[in-house]
Design a protein around this ligand. Structure first.
Ligand SMILES: C[S@@+](CC[C@H](N)C(=O)[O-])C[C@H]1O[C@@H](n2cnc3c(N)ncnc32)[C@H](O)[C@@H]1O
Length: 151
């Protein structure tokens, strides 16, 4: 219950979310991810899903990159735009994308894939809006779970 209240608080207030993100999600991690990706003008149209307040987006939203950044949380998108972390911020759900078929060359999920509940629907949508041969990229934290066996 306490967890639910906290989650509600952090997702309601972009500033609180930013502070938490800074503490638990190691800001350098995102930079490392994005530096490895090296998104540039040759990557064509890029769609970032679950962009949040744009902590990762700001690393690749450059003038020469055609990128769109989408999040379900309207407050986060507004905050990201205000902070100039991305230019093309869109409010919407990754399960029902408001883009025509075969629009993007790359789709990026940065620290957001673990939020996905309906994977089938998500993959259908991404497959629809990706151009043939397009790339689907997931950057996320993996928790090692040690299997426990009972004897
Ligand atoms: C941990 S945050 C990561 C934000 C950002 N990518 C970053 O690197 O800081 C996860 C984000 O996924 C968004 N999200 C969750 N479910 C979503 C959905 N169905 N469609 C779009 N965004 C979603 C949340 O609103 C949240 O902003």
């Amino acid at each position: 219950m306490q967890e639910k209240i906290l989650a509600h608080f952090f997702y309601k207030y972009a500033l609180a979310y930013e502070a938490l993100n800074h503490i638990v999600h190691f800001p350098d991690l995102r930079k490392k991810w994005m530096d490895k990706l090296q998104i540039g003008p040759d990557d064509g149209r890029v769609l970032e899903l679950g962009c949040g307040t744009g902590v990762s987006s700001k690393i690749f939203d450059k003038e020469n990159v055609l990128s769109i950044h989408l999040d379900i949380n309207e407050k986060f998108v507004r905050y990201g735009k205000k902070k100039k972390r991305f230019i093309n911020g869109v409010v919407g759900t990754a399960y029902n994308l408001c883009f025509p078929d075969r629009t993007f060359d790359k789709i990026i999920f940065a620290d957001a894939f673990h939020h996905v509940l309906d994977h089938e629907r998500l993959f259908q949508e991404c497959n629809r809006v990706l151009k043939p041969g397009g790339t689907f990229i997931v950057l996320d934290i993996v928790h090692k779970i040690s299997a426990q066996t009972s004897s």
